[in-house]
Design a protein around this ligand. Structure first.
Ligand SMILES: Cc1cc2nc3c(=O)[nH]c(=O)nc-3n(C[C@H](O)[C@H](O)[C@H](O)COP(=O)(O)O)c2cc1C
Length: 331
C-alpha cells in the first residue's frame, strides 16, 4: 500500500490509541509486522505545544518511517497550524482524527462529532491539505448515528480535496464502542472512492482480517485493541494473509522477551518513575489469558512495585513459574 511517496511494507496499520500508542508501542508493533503506526493525537491548541506530554507524543526519534502524526480539532485555521507544526517537527504524514468519540474531544466538536457538519469537515480538510506538503490521511467512523451514515459523502469530499488515505471504523459516533463493527458501510465507501481505504473495528485475529478484507474490498486493515498485550498479532495476520496458514502463537519465553524489551523502552522513553506506571497496563494486557497461570494474583502484586528493577524481576519470576504451553499451542 502506498501513501504519497511512502510504500508501506504491508497493509496492516496500528490504530491510534491515546495513552497506548506511544513511541515504544508503535515501534514494537512495527518490529513485529505492522506496516505503519499512527501516533497519538497531538492537540492542535498551541498552548499545549510546550507541555512535556505533547513533546513526548511528538517524539519520533529513531522511529521507522513513515512517521504519521494525528491531529484533532474543529477550527480549520488552528488545524492547519497544528499540521504545519507537526510537519516542522518531523511528521511525514498528517492524519486527521474524525473517528474518536471521546467526550473531551466531541464536546468541543472535534473527533467524530465533526461528521455531523459536512461543510466544516470540508473546510478543515481543505485547510490542512493546503497547509502542508506531506500526505494527509483521514480517520472517520461510518457516520454520526445509524440514521446518518454519511461516511460515503465524507469520503468523496475527502478524496476531492486531496486526502490520500481513509481509515474507517465500522461504527457510528453514537455507537461508541457498543455492539459489533459493521463492514457493509466500509465496503460502500471503498466502492465510492479511488484512494486507499483501510478497514477498522473489532479485527482481532488473522481470520477476521481476511474476512474483513474480502467483505469490504478494503486496501488494508487497522488494528487497535487486539494489539494491546499482543503486538505480535501483526506478524500473525501478515503470515496468514500471505499463506492462508496460522503462525504458531509465541511461547512463554518469547512473550517474556518481548514484554521485557517493551518495558526497557518504556523506562528509557518516560524515565523510571513514570515508565513503571505506564508499564502497568501493558503488563496487565500481556499477562491475561493465553494459558498463563496465576495472572490475577501477579497483576495485583506487580501493580505495587515502584522500580524498573522490581518490575522486571517480578516478570522474570512470573514467566519462570509457567510450565505449560500457551493455550493455542497446547490445543
Ligand atoms: C484506548 C483507546 C484510545 C483511542 N484513541 C484514539 C485516538 O486518539 N484517535 C483516534 O482516531 N482513535 C482513537 N481510538 C479508536 C481506535 O483508533 C480504533 O478506531 C478503535 O479502537 C476500533 O478499532 P479496534 O476494534 O481494532 O480497537 C482509541 C481507542 C482506544 C481503545
Amino acid at each position: 500500500m502506498r501513501i504519497g511517496p511512502y510504500l508501506l511494507k504491508n497493509n496492516l496499520l496500528v490504530a491510534p490509541m491515546a495513552g497506548v500508542t506511544d513511541r515504544p508501542f508503535r515501534q514494537l508493533c512495527k518490529k513485529l509486522g505492522a506496516g505503519m503506526a499512527v501516533s497519538e493525537m497531538v492537540a492542535s491548541n498551541s498552548l499545549l505545544w510546550g507541555s512535556e506530554k505533547t513533546r513526548r507524543r511528538a517524539n519520533h526519534e529513531g522511529e521507522t518511517e513513515p512517521k504519521s502524526v494525528q491531529i484533532a480539532g474543529a477550527d480549520p485555521a488552528i488545524m492547519a497550524d497544528a499540521a504545519r507544526f507537526n510537519v516542522d517537527n518531523g511528521a511525514q504524514i498528517i492524519d486527521i482524527n474524525m473517528g474518536c468519540p471521546a467526550k473531551k474531544i466531541c464536546n468541543v466538536m472535534a473527533g467524530s462529532a465533526l461528521l455531523k457538519d459536512e461543510p466544516l469537515v470540508t473546510r478543515i480538510l481543505e485547510a490542512v491539505v493546503a497547509a502542508v506538503d506531506v500526505p494527509v490521511t483521514l480517520k472517520i467512523r461510518t457516520g454520526w448515528d445509524r440514521a446518518h451514515r454519511n461516511g460515503i459523502e465524507i469520503a468523496r469530499r475527502a478524496e476531492d480535496i486531496g486526502v490520500q488515505l481513509l481509515a474507517v471504523h465500522g461504527r457510528t459516533r453514537a455507537d461508541a464502542y457498543l455492539g459489533e463493527a459493521e463492514y457493509d458501510t466500509i465496503a460502500a465507501i471503498k466502492a465510492a472512492v479511488k484512494i486507499p481505504v483501510v478497514a477498522n473495528g473489532d479485527i482481532d485475529s488473522p481470520e477476521k482480517a481476511r474476512q474483513v478484507l474480502d467483505h469490504t474490498g478494503a486496501d488494508g486493515v487497522m488494528i487497535g485493541r487486539a494489539a494491546q498485550g499482543r503486538p505480535w498479532i501483526f506478524r500473525e495476520i501478515a503470515h496468514y494473509l500471505a499463506t492462508g496458514e496460522r503462525l504458531a502463537e509465541p511461547g512463554f519465553d518469547e512473550i517474556r522477551a518481548i514484554l521485557l524489551g517493551h518495558l526497557h523502552n518504556l523506562y528509557e522513553f518516560y524515565g523510571g518513575h513514570l515508565g513503571v506506571r505506564v508499564a502497568r497496563k501493558h503488563i496487565a494486557w500481556y499477562t491475561k489469558g493465553k494459558g498463563l497461570v496465576g495472572g490475577g494474583a501477579f497483576r495485583h502484586a506487580v501493580n505495587r512495585v515502584e522500580t524498573p528493577a522490581g518490575q522486571t524481576a517480578m516478570i522474570d519470576e512470573f514467566f519462570a513459574a509457567q510450565t505449560g504451553c500457551p493455550r493455542e499451542i497446547a490445543a
